[in-house]
Every structure is written in C-alpha cells, then in structure tokens.
Design a binder for this molecule. Structure first.
Ligand code: ASP
Length: 273
C-alpha cells in the first residue's frame, strides 16, 4: 500500500501582507476538504481541494477571480490522472459555476483534452453542470483589479493504490486580454501527472510555463531519478533564469513527502500525509 499524500497551493502572486493569514487559512480549509476525499482516490481528493478554493473569494479562481481588460472574469481549469494519462482542460469560461467540474467532464468524455469559450459552456450545459451568472464571480471590482499579476489554485494527490492526480483552476492574470488562455488548462505546461513518476502543478506567469513546457519537464526530471524537492526548486530557478518569470510549483513523487517551491515573496500551501 502506498502512503497517501496531498499538497494544495493558493497561488504565488503578489498579495497585500494583510491578506496573507486569511489566504493561508483558506488553503488549509481546502487541504482538509481534499484530504477528506483521499479514500475515494487521488483524483477525488485533488478535485475536492480545488473545488473548495473556487469558492474562496480571496483566491484567484472561481468567485473572486481577477479581471481582464474589459473588467470581466474568464476562467481556466485543468485536471490529469496519472494512471491512464487522462487529461481535461476548460478555458475562457464566463458562466460555468465550477470550472474544475468542467475539466473533469472533458476528461471523462475523452474525445478532446481542451475546450474553450462558448463551445465549452455549451458542453457544460449539455452535461448538466451548474451554470452561473458571470456577475457572481466578481466580488470586489476594485480589489480584483488591484491584484497585480496573477494567481492560480492547485492540488496534487497520491492515493493508497499509488495513483497520482492533479487539479488546477485560475482566473489567469489581471489585465489580460479577453480570450487569453494561460498554462492552467494545458497539460505539460501548468500541470502533469504520470503514475510511474509523480505529479506536479504550477502557478505564475502562464506564458512562461507554456514556453518552457515546465510541468512536463519536471516529470521528465522525476523520471530520470531527481528527488521531488530538487525538481521543485530547480523548476522555479529555471523559470527565473530562463525567462525572468515569477511563480511556484508543488510536486508529489511516487513516494516520499510532497514539496513546494516558489521564487515570489509568498505562496500559501498546505499538505497532509
Ligand atoms: N498561471 C496562471 C496564468 O497564467 C496565473 C498564475 O498562476 O499566477 O493564467
């Protein structure tokens, strides 16, 4: 039997010092929500943690997500199972209540790995997912505009059968152009999972994660025998050195404890084993 593990993060973006404790508490609540599902498997645990964070208004996913240049919220989410390398992504969503649920539905449907915008909304409706008035995602327009940069929420889990999974959800970056899609719904960029090696999840400048193929690169390093802590630290070092980008990552290998690393002033995270 494999030792179960879960790690959850609430984003590496810049936030006021005054919000740090409340954001850490929100991430710990998400860790608890995820850990309560670990008996149902790694995917269930990772998704439960992220789904919880989509409802935490201080985190940049779902309710409270940052605004684009039109002052609107457009959401991205992704999920991957390390067993069959199954992937689901959903991008540029305005009216899907829980983007992570749509990512799971895309994965389970299995025809495609990424759906965006109006077609993604139609798919969500057709699959009976909860829809939402886009206005509910906007909590405090001033605060959401002031959040410079970005954030993402994510969770990586390993269950008793040795399966790993990752789930990610984000509002992207403040002031992004309408239609912009980041790394968070794109497997290999913002997240990746492979039962043979481990699973990873990133937060930070999405364009940099995509250009570096960073999540896949991290799993290749695990494949080559690097320890998960060094993979995490190496990834944020690479992000900074190669592209001058800021961000953070969480990692779980086939065995051993979870790891987090970031090159920003703070990234709330919490784990359970
Ligand atoms: N990676 C996200 C994006 O670029 C934002 C972040 O995590 O800071 O959409």
């Amino acid at each position: 039997m494999t030792r179960q593990a879960l790690i959850v993060h609430g984003g590496a973006g810049p936030v006021p010092e005054s919000e740090r404790a409340a954001r850490q508490a929100a991430v710990e609540r998400a860790r608890d929500a995820g850990w309560s599902q670990i008996g149902a498997g790694a995917l269930a645990a990772a998704v439960a943690a992220v789904r919880h964070m989509e409802d935490e208004p201080l985190l940049n996913a779902g309710i409270g997500a940052c605004l684009n240049t039109d002052g609107e919220v457009e959401l991205d989410a992704g999920v991957m199972e390390g067993g069959g390398l199954r992937v689901g992504g959903a991008a540029c969503l305005r009216d899907v209540r829980h983007p992570i649920d749509l990512a799971v539905a895309v994965m389970e449907d299995g025809r495609h790995v990424l759906l965006a915008a109006a077609g993604a909304s139609r798919f969500a409706r057709d699959h009976g997912l909860e829809m939402a008035d886009p206005a509910i995602f906007i909590t405090d327009r001033k605060r959401q505009r002031l959040l410079e940069g970005a954030d993402t929420v994510g969770a990586v889990a390993r269950d008793a059968e040795g399966h790993v999974a990752v789930a990610v959800s984000t509002g992207g970056r403040t002031g992004k152009l309408p239609g912009r899609i980041g790394d968070s719904p794109i497997a290999g960029a913002g997240f990746y999972a492979d039962d043979r090696f481990g699973a990873v999840c990133g937060t930070g400048l999405g364009e940099a994660f995509i250009r570096l193929g960073l999540a896949r690169l991290m799993v290749v390093e695990l494949q080559h025998g690097m320890d998960p802590g060094s993979v995490a630290q190496g990834a944020v070092d690479h992000l900074g050195k190669a592209l001058g980008a800021a961000g953070g990552v969480i990692v779980i290998g086939r065995e051993g404890p979870p790891h987090a690393a970031f090159n920003t002033p703070a990234m709330p995270w919490a784990m359970a084993e």
